[in-house]
Ligand binder design. Structure first.
Ligand code: DC
Length: 237
């Protein structure tokens, strides 16, 4: 990809439903073309973890006023691990593993639906991408964060396929308590909250390319992505 790296840098916005493998494909593309990568879901997860650890969530109720008041206390950054992966740090602590737990997954949509939280995250994400040369994945990247992104991909797959992927991932990490139905319900509930919230709901940008990967292998999907990327970069010269 050396040819591409010398050319004009673009913004790649990858949005879509949870557990569609957005992060895996975004990370792969970023590495392949020498771009930076930002997992915006990890930022919302870090805010949810902060809220949980500070007793700001009771059942399905978030103490919004207090969380918003304490937003300036929340410092989120990405740092490379010794093996080169980008990991999330919250207030000086590596929380990469903790933010992927069911404890956080269960509450993150509630936190991500709070307008001042979203505005704060969007502002930080826009700052991270201002030099371009970045692949960012999330739910509102092509619609709210970078509506002018040169490349927008909207990734989708059936809820069953997505739940199976998340379930296998959790089992592989040693989470043996969780059942498939719990994971499926979590996927469906998060879809509902993500698509119906007022601020920055998950929706396909009019100019996004749709990628349904229910029946694609990772190699096939990466091949499509790279071909689109090259075509768009060529058109931008
Ligand atoms: O991609 P993920 O599953 O790690 O995202 C975690 C949650 O954060 C999910 O409920 C959707 C929400 N999210 C969001 O609202 N906006 C984004 N840009 C990224 C994630």
């Amino acid at each position: 990809m050396n040819g591409v790296m010398r050319e004009k840098k673009i913004i790649v916005a990858i949005d879509g439903y949870s557990s569609t493998g957005k992060s895996t494909m975004a990370k792969w593309l970023a590495r392949e073309v020498g771009y930076g990568y930002v997992d915006t879901g990890a930022m919302y997860r870090a805010v949810a973890l902060f809220a949980l650890d500070n007793g700001l969530i009771d059942g399905d109720t978030v103490n919004e006023a207090e969380l918003v008041r304490r937003l300036p206390e929340i410092s989120i950054c990405f740092r490379p691990s010794p093996d080169g992966r980008n990991e999330v740090w919250l207030n000086g602590r590596n929380v990469e593993t903790e933010i992927r737990s069911m404890r956080v997954s269960d509450k993150v949509s509630l936190v991500a639906a709070i307008t001042p939280v979203r505005r704060d995250m969007v502002r930080q994400q826009q700052a991270m991408g201002k030099e371009k040369g970045i692949v960012m994945d999330g739910r509102d990247i092509g619609t709210m964060v970078f509506p002018q992104a040169e490349m927008k991909v909207f990734v989708t797959a059936t809820a069953q396929v997505r739940a199976r992927r998340r379930y296998d991932e959790l089992r592989a990490k040693g989470d043996t308590d969780v059942t498939f139905d719990e994971v499926l319900n979590n996927v469906i509930e998060r879809d509902r909250i993500d698509t119906t919230r007022q601020e920055g709901p998950l929706r396909q940008a009019d100019d996004a390319i749709v990628l349904d990967n229910s029946n694609l292998t990772i190699d096939e999907q990466n091949e499509c992505l790279l071909a689109w990327f090259k075509k768009i970069v060529d058109q931008c010269q």
